[in-house]
Design a protein around this ligand. Structure first.
Ligand SMILES: [Zn+2]
Ligand SMILES: [Zn+2]
Length: 238
């Protein structure tokens, strides 16, 4: 269903840059300007939070996940591209984002054997309102590119939460307690899981999802995201 929507929309907008929206040559998904100037996260990278050392303020905080890899900071054309992808139904971005995530994860998680990739869930209500879960589209494309199996809906979001931005770190954590659950424990036990998000701010959503996977016996949990906010920047709503 969601795949169909993707192809359908991609065929309506074949020649737009998925980041800035400018026309591109042929069927390219990225314009030359963006290709040269995207806000990439470049090394040395903090192994805990996935940001460049200068942008890290995680102070080596321990998480339920084993690592996070993201190609970009959430700013400039990447910010625009993710917004268009999320809120304006321009889902052609999923393929391009997945390709970027694949490159970055390949470097950071070299040698890790993943059993499957799944997505950070949104509530059923949000999914109906938007028509798709944007993280799921990326996870599916990632699976297609990498050959790592995709498992749909391993996690579910039980109820809607207050937007994470504007809350202190302490309240953010409390805001998410008990919000996520594992739908199929048998699929999780003893497995190495790759969890896909679109934007990660404090990492609390990924951490809470990872906690549930860990509680159900996942062996290792790694996270990928299209973009990370720089430290202390205003986070995004989901
Ligand atoms: Zn562009
Ligand atoms: Zn860090």
């Amino acid at each position: 269903m969601e795949k169909k929507r993707f192809s359908f929309l991609a065929s309506i907008f074949p020649n737009r840059c998925v980041y800035c929206g400018a026309r591109t040559a042929g069927d390219a998904l990225v314009c030359d300007e963006c290709a040269a100037n995207l806000p990439r996260i470049e090394g040395p990278v903090c192994p805990k939070c996935g940001r460049g050392k200068k942008e890290c303020d995680c102070r080596g905080k321990e998480n339920y996940y084993d690592g996070i890899a993201a190609p970009f900071y959430f700013e400039g054309a990447v910010r625009k591209g993710i917004h268009t992808f999320k809120f304006r139904n321009y889902t052609a971005g999923a393929r391009e984002f997945a390709r970027e995530i694949y490159k970055t994860a390949g470097e950071r998680f070299e040698g890790v054997k993943f059993d499957f990739i799944t997505e950070v869930p949104i509530t059923e209500k949000s999914r109906r309102a938007r028509g798709y879960n944007q993280c799921r589209l990326i996870a599916e494309e990632f699976s297609d590119i990498s050959g790592i199996p995709y498992e749909q809906g391993i996690l579910k979001k039980i109820y809607e939460t207050q937007a994470q931005h504007g809350l202190s770190a302490f309240l953010r954590r409390g805001n998410l307690a008990g919000v996520f659950d594992v739908t199929d424990p048998v699929k999780v036990k003893g497995k190495t899981v790759l969890l896909c998000d679109d934007i990660s701010t404090s990492g609390e959503t990924l951490n809470e999802c990872s906690k549930m996977l860990w509680l159900y016996g996942a062996k290792q949990i790694y996270c990928v995201s299209v973009a990370l906010t720089k430290a202390k920047k205003k986070p995004e709503t989901r």
